[in-house]
Design a protein around this ligand. Structure first.
Ligand code: ADP
Ligand code: MN
Length: 515
């Protein structure tokens, strides 16, 4: 690949300043001859693997060239995609070359310099680890001051002309070198610590400053990268996850984007072969990618923060993990629904923030949302009773409230209604669970009343029918007040007794509607 050509691709930006000043010249991609040391090195092994991965990429690029990204301008977006792919490949090559340079310069020397900070694919961006470093979880706190090695009170050691004071350049230098250990683990300090390397105060302070700002910088860099791509499709990291699924044969092809929402992007894919015999991958799949741009998720905090299933974990998590938790939540909720026989997508696999499930629809055409389909009055009535039953099942058998139920999240397929989009679903005892249920009931009641289903219960009747509760208030304001009172009562009970009120469990089970 021609690095110059690729560097000119959009997004490439000007090369780093060191490139022009670098005493070893600009990196080029001509491979250098192998020595025995090279052959034995782990680095080479990694490089070879990288090369293999790179070789596998073009195939997938062809897939990605399709209408992978929706929008009015498909051509440009796939160009953009291609450019990004090339850029990524170039960045990797660039890094590989950097590693070679680094190795060449360092040779057998005990002191090594590191080009880590010049790498394009930043360690924080690397996808190799299943889980990135979570500062909160690591024992090692880089910001905790280490006990300094002290010079005796008198301020000097030794005798006569061998006396060394605490200001001695050599002593200070060694101390400074040792202090580099306090830097974050990602900060490459070479093996200077283990040997007699002396850093002047000035150099040390500069290094320290750099080490501390490095993490902040990388976080910013990372965010920027994601913002630039998440708008139209997905960030490079997610793309890699998708490619891996295709490469593994689990998915045959990713054909296109079905939906770009605020919080997720959904793709259509043809299923491939499963690695294990017992699992069958559906012929058509939907891939829901939870967006890793964090802003939109802020207003969803209340769903998950108060969900006791996630309570313990919430406080310890970084935002990236919280996004994964949404995907995880959708998976668990779908599984519960599947077990209760509610028509909904079947979970295929969850990888980080990417959920693969069965596709509701046919031949790449997703089933229409209830809001977009015109049903005969007979079908409308049928749909209504089906939804009533599903809501009851969801509540009773799955112990769930959908919490975003409306004609937007119900698909009409195969003559019946399918429920989707359950990442925000909560258990009825969630501190706001009943309020969410009431909102769901209002959406459903209004939709079917407008749709001309005379039998449709009003929202309050529907709420009672689903929950099995018997709230008697005859107007909305009082009804909601009673709901909130119930929630509060339950919360207090949980606080005091550590358990839920019985009315939420077996006693008030709603009668399941059956035709
Ligand atoms: P969002 O949070 O963005 O609303 P959804 O889960 O509702 O996410 O998915 C967005 C859209 O993608 C849906 O309205 C539907 O059209 C489509 N979609 C999602 N999952 C599937 C699926 N399993 N099969 C077919 N279409 C789906
Ligand atoms: Mn939705």
């Amino acid at each position: 690949m021609d690095p110059v050509g690729v560097a000119a691709a959009p997004d490439a930006g000007p090369g780093p300043a060191w490139q022009s000043k670098c005493p070893w010249g600009a990196p080029n991609t001509t491979s250098i001859s192998c020595s025995l040391a090279d052959v034995m090195s782990e680095q080479l092994a990694k490089e070879l693997q990288l090369e293999e991965e790179n070789a596998a990429f073009p195939e997938v690029v062809a897939v990605a060239e399709g209408p992978f990204i929706t929008g009015e301008n498909i051509d440009t977006s796939s160009d953009l995609m291609l450019a990004q792919m090339l850029q990524m490949e170039f960045d990797r090559e660039y890094d590989a070359q950097l590693r070679r340079e680094e190795k060449k310069i360092n040779g057998d020397s005990k002191v090594s310099i590191s080009f880590e900070n010049y790498r394009k694919v930043h360690p924080y961006d690397s996808d190799s680890s299943e889980d990135e470093v979570d500062w909160q979880d690591t024992r090692h706190d880089p910001y905790r001051a280490d006990k300094p090695t002290t010079t005796p009170r008198k301020g000097f050691i030794g005798k006569g002309k061998d006396i060394t004071t605490k200001h001695d350049e050599v002593v200070c230098g060694r101390k400074n070198t040792a202090r580099m250990e306090n830097f974050a683990p990602e900060f490459q300090v070479g093996d200077g610590i283990g040997m007699d390397l002396k850093l002047s105060n000035q150099v040390f302070n500069a290094l320290k400053q750099h080490a501390y700002s490095e993490e902040r910088r990388s976080a910013r860099l990372h965010e920027k990268k994601e913002h630039s791509t998440a708008e139209k499709a997905v960030d490079p990291k997610t793309r890699l996850l998708l490619y891996k699924m295709v490469n593994a044969g689990m998915l045959e092809t990713i054909t296109g984007c079905i939906s770009t929402g605020k919080e997720s992007v959904v793709f259509h894919a043809y299923g491939g072969k499963s690695a294990t015999e017992d699992k069958v991958i559906p012929p058509e799949c939907a891939i829901k990618v939870f967006k890793t741009t964090l802003n939109e998720f802020k207003n969803r905090d209340k769903y998950i923060k108060d969900d006791y299933r996630f309570k313990d974990r919430f406080s310890k998590l970084n935002p990236r993990k919280i996004i994964r938790m949404w995907a995880e939540k959708e998976m668990h909720n779908l599984t519960r629904m599947q077990n209760a026989g509610i028509p909904c997508p079947q979970v295929v696999i969850l990888k980080k923030h990417v959920l693969v499930m069965s596709f509701i629809g046919q031949d790449q055409v997703p089933a229409p949302k209830l809001k977009d389909v015109t049903l005969s009055s007979e079908d409308m009535k049928k749909a209504y009773y089906q939804i009533l039953k599903m809501m009851q099942q969801l509540y009773k058998e799955c112990n769930l409230v959908h919490a975003d139920l409306s004609e937007y999240n119900m698909l009409w397929h195969d003559g019946k209604v399918w429920l989707i989009d359950v990442s925000q679903s909560v258990e009825p005892t969630h501190p706001h669970g009943l309020e969410f249920l009431f909102r769901d009931c209002r959406n459903v009641a209004q939709f079917f009343q407008k749709g001309g289903v005379a039998e449709a219960l009003n929202e309050r009747e529907l709420f009672n029918a689903v929950s099995g509760l018997n709230i008697t208030a005859d107007n909305e304001v009082d009804f909601q007040a009673e709901i909130e009172a119930l929630e509060k009562m339950n919360e207090d009970h949980v606080q005091n007794q550590g358990k839920k009120l019985p009315m939420f469990s077996s006693d008030g089970d709603p009668p399941i509607y059956d035709e």
